[in-house]
Design a protein around this ligand. Structure first.
Ligand code: NAP
Ligand code: HSE
Length: 428
């Protein structure tokens, strides 16, 4: 008779508890689909006596996740603690060294150490799977690794942080400023323990770097993701964008260009009536483009107990079925080191600034744009108050380098109050 697939689960928080529930409640379905019983042998978390709302009887307990990872009675180490380093990384390395396969939801650990962990796993004949690490319940890792394996991927794009999308849509719907909605999101428990991971674009940048590695056969390179968070997005920007038929989204784009791999995660204006523009609340959407398939979109819950546990289970079942897919879809030792490229694909930009309300101020801004080779598409001056003139300019397509030159030029004019806001308008 086929042996059961024995799991050791480290981390019994939101995701870990979700996995325990599915294994407990769907034993028959899992056994039928895996071709063998899926059994939890042992678990680990910090507080042994905490009520987790799910029975843990019948599972051995380990205080130390490294000891859990090394137990002879587990086949798969399921890492659901989080954190790029510390116990998550130590236990994952220990599991591989002890001959276990690994399933993890930990995008931070893989974005920073994915290459070395993948090499170690492959040298030991083990696999690391991480469907839950990117866009929660959306099966985007499998879509790229398996479904689109026959394509040259031309672009990976998406909204991959539900918290930021919640904040941006709530600001627009309720007409509230960023600070107020941020406080609401914190009260609702949406933010990571370190909120900068969400609003600074870091969490979404980790996810983009993982998808780019699979898409382009490159070593995961989070260090070269151009990152910009949503902290500077004001209700004025959201309202002005809406007036012009756009919505602001924290959008990730990874694209292989002739100069190297472009990876950026930043607020962008997208058409309000596009699928990305229509994305509400905590939902995620990933758009994949391949030379043979064209464009496909995957949309769904990017976080939460059920959706994330669903993705973890898909990896566990994949391993239980005997599938041995390499971490990034090809042998880790063959992954190329990336030549990073700053985004050079031209795009129109939205610029908002407050000008000193005196003759010639606008002319100096127009001149600074002209000197950088940037042409103005649309412009409007919204209202005057206390000597300040708020101005919004939409440029024709230009490169980020030219835009930066113009922004430097703005400083020299001496007519701009505060820092101008510059947001790319993305064709999606
Ligand atoms: P969480 O609710 O904070 O749970 C973390 C768990 O890890 C807790 O049970 C905690 O124990 C345990 N833990 C922490 N340090 C430990 C240590 N040194 N030894 C043993 N156990 C330890 O986190 P989560 O939301 O479930 O997230 C888990 C992972 O999934 C993270 O990598 C996260 O980025 C990823 N993820 C989460 C979501 C989501 O929606 N939550 C979505 C996608 C990916 P105690 O309970 O005893 O404190
Ligand atoms: N903080 C993340 C988000 C959780 O808001 O999308 C899922 O990775």
């Amino acid at each position: 008779m086929t042996q059961p697939l024995r799991l050791g689960i480290a981390g019994l928080g939101t995701v870990g508890v979700g996995v325990v529930k599915i294994v407990r409640q769907k034993a028959g379905l899992l056994a039928a689909r895996t071709g063998r019983e899926v059994r939890i042998t042992a678990v680990s978390a910090r507080a042994r006596d905490k009520d987790r709302g799910v029975p843990l009887d019948g599972f051995a307990w380990e205080d130390d996740p490294v000891a859990l990872a090394q137990r002879p009675d587990i086949d798969v180490f399921v890492e659901l603690m989080g954190g790029a380093d510390g116990p998550a990384r130590d236990a994952t390395e220990a599991a591989i060294a002890a001959g276990k396969d690994v399933v993890t939801a930990n995008k931070a650990m893989l974005a920073l150490h994915g290459q070395s962990l993948a090499e170690a796993a492959e040298a030991a004949g083990r696999v690391i799977r991480f469907e839950a690490a990117v866009a929660g319940g959306i099966p985007v890792v499998k879509a790229l690794t398996e479904g689109l394996a026959g394509n040259e991927v031309t672009r990976v794009m998406g909204v991959m942080n539900g918290t930021c999308n919640y904040i941006l849509t709530r600001m627009e719907d309720a007409g509230l400023p960023y600070e107020e909605v941020f406080a609401e999101a914190a009260a609702l428990g949406y933010l990571e323990a370190d909120p900068t991971l969400d609003v600074g674009g870091i969490d979404a940048g980790h996810k983009l770097a993982l998808l780019a590695a699979i898409a382009y056969g490159t070593q995961v390179d989070f260090g070269h993701v151009e990152l910009e968070g949503i902290q500077k997005i004001s209700i004025e920007d959201i309202r002005t964008a809406a007036d012009m038929g756009y919505r602001i989204k924290l959008l990730g784009v990874a694209q292989m260009t002739g100069r190297g791999l472009e990876q950026r995660m930043s607020p962008c204006l997208v058409p309000a009536d596009s699928p990305l523009g229509q994305l509400q609340g905590g939902t995620n959407m990933v758009v994949l483009e391949g030379d043979a398939v064209g464009q496909i979109s995957l949309r769904g819950a990017g976080a939460g107990e059920g959706p994330t546990a669903s993705a973890v289970m898909s990896d566990i079942i994949e391993i239980g079925r005997g599938s041995r897919i390499t971490t990034f879809g090809q042998p880790a030792t063959g992954l190329k080191r990336t030549q990073p490229a700053r985004s050079a694909n031209p795009a129109p930009y939205y610029l908002r600034m407050a000008l000193v309300d005196k003759p010639g101020a606008l002319a100096r801004i127009a001149a600074a744009l002209g000197e950088a080779g940037i042409s103005i598409d649309r412009m409007r001056q919204t209202r005057h108050d206390s000597g300040s003139a708020p101005v919004v300019i939409v440029t024709h397509k230009t490169s980020r380098a030219a835009l930066d030159l113009a922004l430097e030029g703005f400083t020299d004019t001496g007519v701009v109050q505060g820092e101008p806001v510059a947001i790319r308008i993305e064709a999606v």
